[in-house]
Design a protein around this ligand. Structure first.
Ligand code: NDP
Length: 399
């Protein structure tokens, strides 16, 4: 019997919970907890109390509260779909209670927008000694992009040299400005300096200052900007033959104009300010006035294309492949009432959880996705709504 406790009840969790609820062969019992319990109750109502067996309010910033909840529910696995700030308290609670852990985004301190795995990798020994497993970054990017890379390295190359991860949202939600996942986390990420790996070292660029116009399958040419993304850190560590690794994301002109204005007037700052006698963080206030990403799916048209270009050597010859998925916003809305960005994250979280619960991906310690056999994960992507394709390219990715 498998029992999963999912923490967080936002856009991504909505998809994971609904997908898990439809798969009793992988998830016998689902329990759901979040800061705002009414969101859990609404999801329980949609899925049925026979599938989501219990809902709870929890402040996951507090490891003690999480440990108490784990003791009550007795899950085999905790799936963390709250925010990156909660990664460490939830990992602490898992260690304290002896339960496996999974998340979709690396830990980030609230008072510093800093994206790196160091904090979570530091738990390796403690998880290993306790015979517990933590799977980090089981979303799309990070997540599926790591698995695509491992799949390419396993089946297509003797050695991989160049990696370019490309993330295009070719959709239109009709809003002047909205982010597709938690606005606070999203804006912290994209306003950072760009960073990529080349010849054994990290190179930095000004935020969104390097642009390439890239052609995306079934979408067309879109302006794409070089930025840092957390999977680059683990992939260059686990594939030391990589000479260069970069990440590109598309942004439209209107989006960038809004972002520039918001940044220019200080609305994206994470430094607290005094407002009418109390301290507020401008970015947290901005989040409160922006559309909830979970509400964007109605009328959202178009699709995403996320994939990895990989160049390497096979039988002494250089070649390049592109592995990718297209995901349609409207189809996701029809299936689970969510847009494609929540869907492309929520489904891999479900798949990672299923592979851990079945023992297919199971070893004590703290692991990134590319450290496991990619084949069962790739197989489940095809079966559960995120089919992928491989193209053999005529020439390497640009530059
Ligand atoms: P949302 O803001 O929609 O949902 C977050 C949920 O976490 C909300 O239900 C929120 O509760 C809850 N939460 C926040 N703080 C706490 C707390 N202290 N205790 C308990 N619950 C809390 O975010 P998303 O669903 O868009 O994103 C979820 C995660 O997925 C994020 O970590 C994000 O970075 C990650 N992500 C990963 C991607 C990938 O491809 N790997 C892509 C997209 C997102 P409340 O309702 O009270 O606010």
């Amino acid at each position: 019997m498998s029992r999963v406790l999912i923490i967080g009840a936002g856009g991504v969790s909505t998809v994971t919970v609904k997908k898990c609820a439809r798969l009793p062969e992988h998830f016998d019992e689902i329990y759901l907890a979040s800061r705002t319990v009414s969101k859990c109750e609404a999801l329980q109502q949609e899925c049925g109390a026979d599938r989501v067996k219990g809902v709870f309010a929890v402040d996951a910033d507090d490891a003690k509260q999480v440990a108490e909840l784990i003791r009550k529910v007795q899950p085999d696995l905790v799936v963390n779909l709250a925010l990156p700030y909660q990664d460490l308290p939830i990992m602490d609670a898992c260690l304290e209670t002896g339960v496996d852990y999974l998340d979709t985004a690396n830990y980030e301190p609230k008072d510093e927008a800093k994206f790196e795995y160091s904090w979570q990798w530091a738990y390796q020994e403690r998880f290993e000694k306790a015979g517990l497993m933590a799977l980090l970054g089981s979303g799309f990017d990070p997540g599926v992009t790591n698995v695509y890379t491992a799949y390419a390295a396993k089946h297509y190359f003797d050695e991989i040299h160049y990696l370019d991860i490309v993330d295009c949202n070719g959709g239109d939600h009709g809003k002047a400005f909205a982010t597709n996942f938690n606005p606070e986390i999203n804006i912290r990420e994209i306003t950072q300096r760009g960073r990529y790996w080349e010849n054994g070292e990290w190179k930095e660029t000004d935020p969104l200052s390097v642009r390439e116009d890239l052609d995306y399958q079934n979408i067309g040419v879109r302006a794409s900007y070089l930025m840092f993304h957390e999977e680059l850190e683990s992939l260059v560590k686990h594939f030391p033959t990589l000479k260069r690794a970069r990440f590109w994301m598309t942004f439209g002109e209107a989006y960038l104009t809004h972002l520039r204005v918001l940044e220019g007037i200080g609305m994206t700052s994470i430094a607290p300010i005094d407002f009418q006698g109390q301290q507020i963080v401008p970015l947290e206030f901005l989040k409160a006035v922006l559309p909830n990403p979970g509400s964007l799916s109605e009328g959202y048209e178009g699709q995403t294309c996320i994939g990895t270009y990989i160049t390497g050597i096979k039988d002494g010859k250089e070649k390049t492949i592109f592995i990718y998925n297209n995901c349609d916003h409207h189809a996701c809305h029809e299936e689970v009432g969510a847009q494609a960005v929540s869907y492309t994250t929520g489904v891999p979280a479900m798949i990672g959880a299923a592979l851990m619960l079945s023992g297919t991906w199971k070893k004590p310690g703290v692991w990134n996705m590319e450290q496991f056999d990619p084949d069962p994960f790739m197989d489940m992507l095809n079966k559960h709504g995120l089919p992928w394709h491989v193209i053999e390219c005529d020439s390497p990715f640009k530059k």
